[in-house]
Design a protein. Structure first.
Length: 545
């Protein structure tokens, strides 16, 4: 009898499972839903087939199944994955308003001030006002122009640090024999503009570029400088700020599974939510100190030491005019969105660009020649020169094509049923636009794995082509990144300055490792370490900084 029961069980369970899966497949067809993966497992859906980095895993699924539109299940969430220019255009242009919402993730609940901050607020009057404030008051061309000196100061401080390191090394080795100097000269870079008396220096570019971005963003936002020549109190505050950034990234990485399985938060989510609340309090307290300092010093309406207003001062001025709307919480949410959203993405873009240039020295030489021709030898490059450096702009575009800082963009969510590619997309579906897959598709781009800035030469715009959205590293539509202009200015000036002032090469004969990590922004897995040498044609200018 027991054997008969066990035998029936082994038959019944597979049969019921087959009926369940077949029924779901038939319903999928009847409701005109996009293609999906078979099978869809209970509870976890398709999470079991995903591997980091997520954008490459999803791109491979679409490629192997020849389906640029896939409807997946991430736990209990419907997820629409699109990997073609036309499908992306349907989502972000034709159905722009429908997909203008954000899914309710833990990051938005805690770091987005309960889904009220600019990145996480649902589409509506409040979000539109936040967008207007960011576009007009914070990130307009006029406002960015007024703070250009901050970006120039910090970029010059960075290249001067490179130069000072070389000078210190030279001073330390000045007692060495003439034969050592001869050795150095014989091994010097063949570029006639290199300083043959300057030995090669090795630098961790990720660390230097991170310090650059931290200083630029904190000075623009609150007039504070956290890296460089600091006193003890500032160093302690800088350490707290760095810790907040690290804690934020850590807790976000831990929340991914819980975001996909919200129905199981009662089971294993309390610990993560407590961690979110703890980190957010640190973030909130840090920004509140800034606000209180400005209020205590009476700097809400005046310039600091005759300098242009910081972005925090602008927001406090708006608060004076309408304190009920421009609350401290709103000011802190906008400030945090700018700080935490702008620092790492720009660092990663600059690191990818320098990695690509080191692996393609002919491109680096061409960019250096362009800068020498346009800027000359009488001064250092500045932001006003960037529009006159088309090849440098092509390098930045090609870097963003190959390594977009948000390969899947921030996720969108449909506010109602809509049609994409002839399929019905249910309300509440989370949208992933695979920018990386589109921008590295061999059907769209010639030799997409090759670093060829020349592909953008002669094009006034490479954002939107006739066959859909083929280039969108900053997104598209209403939710397009409002900080695009600022990011391009910072990246352009930093790259131009490093290329003009120094000759760069790899540490060894092997190519720079271009592996990605599994993070949301897919940074380089290994920090970039490179060799540089001061160019003699700018040595005098560097000594005057």
């Amino acid at each position: 009898m027991a054997f008969e029961y066990e035998f029936n069980l082994w038959i019944t369970l597979p049969l019921l499972t087959a009926i369940y899966l077949l029924t779901k497949h038939i319903l999928q067809k009847l409701h005109n839903l996009p293609p999906t993966l078979f099978p869809t497992l209970p509870i976890i859906g398709h999470l079991h087939v995903l591997k980091p980095p997520l954008h490459r895993s999803l791109a491979k699924l679409s490629q192997t199944r020849r389906q640029p539109i896939l409807l997946l299940r991430f736990g209990s969430r419907n997820v629409l994955h699109v990997a073609s220019p036309t499908a992306a255009e349907e989502c972000l242009s034709k159905n722009d308003v429908v997909f203008a919402n954000r899914p309710r993730l833990l990051s938005g609940k805690y770091f987005g001030y309960n889904y009220t901050s600019l990145p996480w607020a649902p589409y509506g009057a409040h979000w539109q006002n936040l967008r207007r404030i960011s576009a007009v008051e914070i990130l307009s061309s006029t406002r960015l122009d007024s703070l250009s000196l901050v970006r120039l100061d910090e970029t010059r401080a960075m290249i001067h640090k490179f130069f000072s390191t070389t000078c210190n090394k030279n001073n330390n080795s000045s007692s060495n024999s003439t034969s050592t100097t001869t050795d150095n000269n014989s091994n010097s870079n063949s570029n006639s503009n290199s300083n043959n008396n300057s030995p090669d220096q090795i630098v961790n570019l990720r660390a230097v570029l991170s310090a650059l971005m931290f200083n630029i963003m904190t000075r623009m936002m609150g007039g504070k400088r956290y890296y460089g020549d600091l006193d003890g109190g500032e160093e302690e505050e800088a350490k707290r700020f760095s810790d907040v950034i690290e804690d934020t990234e850590d807790v976000i990485s831990r929340s991914k599974i819980l975001d996909m399985l919200p129905n199981f938060q009662w089971l294993f989510g309390r610990k993560i939510e407590k961690r979110f609340a703890f980190v957010q309090k640190k973030r909130d307290d840090f920004m509140q100190v800034w606000i209180d300092e400005f209020r205590a010093d009476g700097l809400g309406d005046s310039d600091v030491e005759g300098k242009k207003k910081t972005l925090l001062q602008i927001l406090l001025s708006l608060q004076d005019a309408d304190p009920e709307y421009y609350t401290d919480a709103m000011i802190k949410s906008l400030s945090q969105a700018l700080l935490h959203g702008g620092i790492n993405t720009s660092v990663e873009t600059m690191e990818w660009a320098m990695s690509l240039l080191l692996n393609n020295p002919h491109v680096l030489h061409k960019a250096q020649t362009e800068i020498d021709s346009v800027v000359g030898c009488d001064r250092l490059v500045n932001e006003l020169d960037l529009s006159k450096l088309p090849y440098l702009q092509c390098i930045i575009k090609e870097t963003l094509r190959m390594h977009p800082t948000a390969p899947l963009l921030l996720p969108h969510e449909s506010s109602k049923d809509c049609m994409v590619g002839g399929y019905r997309i249910p309300q509440g579906t989370m949208l992933f636009v695979n920018v990386w897959a589109i921008q590295n598709d061999p059907n769209i781009w010639e030799s997409p794995d090759m670093f060829m800035p020349e592909r953008f030469e002669g094009k006034e715009s490479s954002i939107k082509e006739k066959d859909g959205l083929t280039m969108m590293p900053f997104g598209s539509g209403r939710r397009r990144c409002p900080g695009e202009n600022l990011a391009l200015r910072i990246v352009g000036l930093a790259l131009a300055s490093m290329i003009q002032c120094f000759d760069w090469k790899r540490v060894g004969p092997e190519l720079v490792d271009m592996s990605e990590s599994g993070g949301f922004t897919a940074p380089k897995a290994q920090p970039l370490v490179a060799k540089y040498r001061v160019r003699s044609i700018v040595e005098h200018h560097l000594s005057q900084i």
